[in-house]
Design a protein around this ligand. Structure first.
Ligand SMILES: Cc1cc2nc3c(=O)[nH]c(=O)nc-3n(C[C@H](O)[C@H](O)[C@H](O)COP(=O)(O)OP(=O)(O)OC[C@H]3O[C@@H](n4cnc5c(N)ncnc54)[C@H](O)[C@@H]3O)c2cc1C
Length: 417
């Protein structure tokens, strides 16, 4: 065991938004704890890379439901400014290749689809969200692409009941210095061990044994915040095994969303915080955010099976596709002006194995099963545990605070070993 690792009351596994919220809550309560993180950095699926002189959010970028979002307070406490300008998807896109009247037609189809989905969620039996598409509608491919961006999965794989429980106030803000960097700031002053992947949790004895590359730690409570992709794959081995958790995690799989940042030479002719559509006749397309924060960049977003295909084809496949699409929309003069800066491949990331969770059709109640404590000793947190804010950083944060409070309460109730 390393000098910094010693037995504690509570071991927290993972230092993403959930694990850091756990840590901050435990610290405020004066608890004895440590956070163990597999990576060499904090933030998990919140990750700001500083590349080409720009803070680039390769994971989460938007504070959704911003006026209610806990990260608003985290930012103001730390003197981090937030940008409140309208999100690009809430404004008309570039009209050069997608006339306004067409965009309005698409928007109306989108609104009508989501109204049908809301109505459909009232029925007892869950249904795939794709059931609510209008057969033969020309926008179906693009609506499905929208689902791959929002949910990481196509509508056919999406539980209508779970999806419609998601809460969205419609207000979205950003941190110009990076949302991932803001999440990492939650770790200030916390006892955290980086490069410390937990391999196993043995809860057969009076104290729980946590197996790490630096030795075995023992604790009275453990709070697990790793992604459902990792729980389902049993990347951390529980003994005795927890089949109910593995099943719940498998039914809340991580969809896939990836980002590519391109730098743009002489970007002034592109609108600040504009949006560009490329191809619109199929699901395998990307969405383009022009000049985020006015920077000479294009942020490209990919989702679902198409993102998986591109990940398998290698990093260059993202840029090849995106540049061809941008040239198709803005003209061949763009070719010499674009250069790839950074790309994510969350599906291949061994400590995430995907981007964000959705419920499979018929399994909308798995979030409660995943988040329930085991024996009042092992607690679970993370975006997938949230009933209404799943797939988000603020959802992860809130589940972390709840799990920390539950662990503290059970610690106070329990006999001291
Ligand atoms: C491309 C993309 C865009 C997104 N956009 C948004 C957005 O705009 N707004 C938003 O709110 N959300 C967004 N999200 C989702 C958001 O990033 C996640 O929901 C949130 O960060 C998840 O936090 P978490 O703490 O639940 O999990 P994680 O961030 O995955 O944290 C879990 C931690 O556990 C660690 N870990 C894994 N295995 C082990 C182990 N064996 N031992 C120790 N540690 C381990 C991981 O390294 C990680 O740090 C986006 C995600 C992606 C990928």
């Amino acid at each position: 065991m390393s000098a910094t690792l010693s037995d504690v009351d509570i071991v927290v596994i993972g230092a993403g938004a959930a694990g850091l919220a756990v840590g901050a809550t435990l610290k405020r309560a004066g608890a004895s704890f440590i956070v163990l993180e597999a990576r060499d950095r904090l933030g998990g699926r919140g990750w700001t890379a500083n590349t080409g002189g720009h803070p680039l959010d390769l994971g989460c970028g938007w504070l959704h439901s911003a006026e209610e979002n806990t990260f608003g307070a985290v930012a103001s406490e730390r003197g981090v400014d937030l940008d409140r300008s309208t999100a690009p998807w809430q404004k008309p896109a570039w009209t050069g290749n997608f006339p306004l009247a067409e965009q309005e037609d698409y928007r109306e189809t989108w609104d009508a689809f989501y109204e049908r989905l809301e109505e459909g969620s009232a029925s007892v039996a869950d249904r795939p969200a794709s059931d609510f598409l209008e057969p033969g509608n020309r926008w179906n491919g693009l609506l499905d692409a929208g689902s791959t961006f929002i949910n990481g999965v196509e509508l056919a794989g999406l539980s209508t009941i779970d999806y419609t429980r998601y809460h969205d106030s419609g207000v979205n803000w950003r941190a110009p210095t990076g949302f991932g960097a803001l999440i990492a700031r939650l770790g200030d002053g916390l006892p955290i061990e980086l490069n410390c992947p937990v391999a196993a949790i043995d809860h057969s004895g009076a104290r729980i044994r946590v197996d790490t590359p630096r030795g075995v730690l023992s604790a009275r409570k453990v709070i697990v915040t790793v992604s459902t992709g990792l729980i389902a794959a049993e990347a951390i081995r529980f003994s005795p095994s927890l089949p109910g958790k593995i099943e719940a995690a498998a039914r809340l799989p991580l969809g896939l969303a990836d980002k590519l940042f391109l730098s743009v030479d002489d970007a002034d002719d592109l609108p600040v915080d504009g949006r560009l559509y490329g191809s619109r006749d199929r699901t395998g397309v990307a969405s383009f955010h022009l000049r985020p924060f006015g920077r000479p960049l294009i942020e490209c977003y990919f989702g679902g099976a198409f993102a998986r295909e591109l990940e398998a084809a290698g990093e260059a496949a993202f840029a090849d596709f995106a540049i061809a699409e941008i040239i198709g929309a803005l003209g061949s003069r763009m070719r010499a002006r674009l250069r790839p800066l950074a790309v994510s491949r969350w599906g291949l990331d061994p400590f995430a194995r995907g981007s964000y969770s959705h419920a499979q059709v018929g399994y909308s109640d798995m979030r409660e099963i995943l988040s329930a404590p085991t024996e009042d000793r092992i607690f679970f947190a993370g975006e997938a545990c949230s009933r209404h804010d799943f797939s988000t950083a603020h959802g992860a944060f809130r589940t972390g605070v709840a799990a920390a409070k539950a662990a503290l309460a059970s610690l106070n109730d329990a006999t001291v070993f």
